[in-house]
Design a protein around this ligand. Sequence first.
Ligand code: DX5
Ligand code: ZN
Length: 221
Amino acid sequence: MDVAISPSILSADFTNLEAELHRIADADFAHVDVMDNHFVPNLTLGLPVVERIVQVSPVPIDVHLMIEDPDRWAPGYAEAGAASVTFHAEAARAPVRLARELRRLGARAGVALRPATPVEPYLDLLAEVDMVLIMTVEPGFGGQAFIDGTLPKIRRTRAAIAASGLDVWVQVDGGVSTETVERAADAGANVFVAGSAVYGSDDAAARIAELRRLASAAHGH
Ligand code: DX5
Ligand code: ZN
């Protein structure tokens, strides 16, 4: 795969989700942030809402679980039909068993790392997952500034994947905009989550196309 754009509906109007999903029909995925007010200090939505989102969305759903005990809750999102389910490494008790369960249920499995969590302890997981999500802000809220200090970790992650010969995607999430997307792509990211940059635009389709163009040009340098 070249690059993919996954707008985050965290910055959408939650009272008009079906219309807001159609605003991003040109995207590769719709990124859905599930927060439980424990793993992060914010609360969004859960399984019953995601089940409906999967049914009405014109694009596949990319679920990002910022929750405690993903071992218990994550499989339900795969059963609901999410194309990709990402859990946090810091929260999972048995990440290999969980990733295998997600794949068995037909979803792509992703593992996410907070900005200060090193990737090295998780490199043995690469064979078990389809995507590594490197958070480029502290998880919990949209609209924060991209943390440049995460770029070396993106590079190390991409290098380890290249060395392994596996086809694992590297997603970045937080502060991704037309200003920052090239830096992340140049470091090796190929899936780009953007909330405020897309939903804050009058023309979401044009913003998605611009992010894709910039990311494509910078990826794989
Ligand atoms: C933050 C969420 C992000 C958020 C990104 O914890 O995981 O997906 O929506 O928002 P922006 O793109 O505005 O930084
Ligand atoms: Zn997210």
